[in-house]
Design a protein around this ligand. Structure first.
Ligand code: HEC
Length: 95
């Protein structure tokens, strides 16, 4: 019985971890794709990297960019804001 519990516990743990990881990777990948396709036709990524916003600030900025011409779907918007907010929270830049 204990072994069964341990096994299912480990299984759940593995699921949670892989799910969390996939979610992160997906936001990362999608975020980069969205910026590439929806943001960089007007200015380079430096402008985006230099901006330091929290979640609310990015929401407002992305909405402003949408109002001046960035064609972004509501779903993309959510992912992008998540991506931009997270990116900022990471202490060191990776690239
Ligand atoms: C239609 C052209 C266009 C597109 C597409 C566009 N931008 Fe911009 N962006 C501008 C212009 C013009 C400025 C400078 C004037 C301004 O700040 O409104 C700017 C400025 C910025 C700034 C610096 C100013 C600030 O408010 O911090 C950021 C950050 C930014 N854009 C992010 C983005 C992101 C993220 C996207 C993709 C969702 C995007 N932009 C797509 C035209 C665009």
């Amino acid at each position: 019985m204990i072994r069964l519990l341990t096994t299912s516990f480990l299984f759940c743990l593995a699921m949670v971890f892989s799910f969390g990881f996939n979610l992160d990777a997906e936001i990362q990948e999608e975020g980069e794709r969205i910026i590439l396709q929806r943001c960089l036709m007007c200015h380079d990524s430096k402008r985006i990297e230099d901006a330091e916003y929290d979640h609310k600030g990015w929401k407002e900025t992305v909405e402003r960019m949408m109002s001046i011409g960035s064609r972004i779907t509501p779903a993309e918007k959510e992912i992008l804001i998540d991506y931009l907010t997270r990116d900022l929270e990471e202490t060191d830049s990776e690239d």
